[in-house]
Design a protein around this ligand. Sequence first.
Ligand code: GLC
Length: 481
Amino acid sequence: MSDPKLTKAVDSICDQFIVTKSKISQLTEYFIDCMEKGLEPCESDISQNKGLPMIPTFVTDKPSGQEHGVTMLAADLGGTNFRVCSVELLGNHEFKIEQEKSKIPTFFFQDDHHVTSKDLFQHMALITHQFLTKHHKDVIQDYKWKMGFTFSYPVDQTSLSSGKLIRWTKGFKIGDTVGQDVVQLFQQELNDIGLSNVHVVALTNDTTGTLLARCYASSDAARAINEPVIGCIFGTGTNGCYMEKLENIHKLDPASREELLSQGKTHMCINTEWGSFDNELNHLPTTSYDIKIDQQFSTNPGFHLFEKRVSGLYLGEILRNILLDLEKQELFDLKESVLKNNPFILTTETLSHIEIDTVENDLQDTRDALLKAADLETTFEERVLIQKLVRAISRRAAFLAAVPIAAILIKTNALNQSYHCQVEVGCDGSVVEHYPGFRSMMRHALALSPIGPEGERDVHLRISKDGSGVGAALCALHANY
Ligand code: GLC
């Protein structure tokens, strides 16, 4: 028998996660305002600007797919993994890639380990060395490697090959990296282990890589119908980029802007860092659980509040906090579950099993997932309610995820630029790729957004997997050093 008090409490929590059509419209308009504000010159300190970060990437062209050249290296520090690749662009939308991915050791995320910036970049240099020893032993020392470095955190980028970390996101907290040029830090460690022949020539973000890789992959015939216009990530974190007209990027140093215009450049890719949308909480839907996670459990309280409602790092943590609250109200018994004292123990993968489980199956996959992840035994009635909560959390995330996409399409007028009016959005990240129903819920929200059902039909969300390899190599290809 289900407990009516628990059912009532769960229903009222689920109601707090509803994002209505009018909320989507309000957020979309506000997102456009925040983009415009973010393109204005920053007063002094970039972290104080109230708009979106809107970071100029110094990438001014979208690739055609015909780019080719020498084999280049790419390194990618993401939210969970560090990846090193060598990439050879062959033209004709083709490429050859060798790669190694390793989990970032958990102690880099823990406060009590006193890790320094040097420890992190040294670790990355060592893995790069191992990669070269394994895959390119014959040329390791006497080949001049160009490397594109995908560093997916907010940086104050001042050229294609330099940028200072503004703040960490996605769980890192290594204090002495903030304010430092991450290219110099990496180059220093590469030099110190004898890899001074590896030149980090381009600094990029996973979103930029995703957009460039999507453009490279897309055939000329496909491009004539669907132009890739946005690169986005919905994974551990969330972010997006797009091409902005140079004349609108008022924050660019006027001399560099003039120089680019005189070279015939018209656009620059902007890394919006949309994870930081509405840190002031003017319009973002906010529950007591969001506030608690931000303030008590996140490593960057007050920042990246949009990300904390949308990205994979946080969805399980929202569920954990709801269950803790229900226990506090004496409506639910967590028994001896490890959920109590372990923030972030529930992963999005656990939620994805619960999301698609069925009543016909007695919600047994849910039972197994909760036992495995948190040693939590549940009754069928409890599982029904937990599934309701999971679906409310993921639906809010996907509905919010549609907001930046609608906003960028409207701001750039992308849906009215070509005869067929169709566009592509290159997407990467575990949530958009694997979370059941995430993309279709996003589409639903796009149809409710100001672009309407007609606009939604013209948007193609395409998974683009090679951002940190091909995308970074494309950035490195044109870099001078
Ligand atoms: C975080 C980072 C951002 C990155 C995103 C997706 O939001 O700040 O730079 O692109 O995660 O990985």
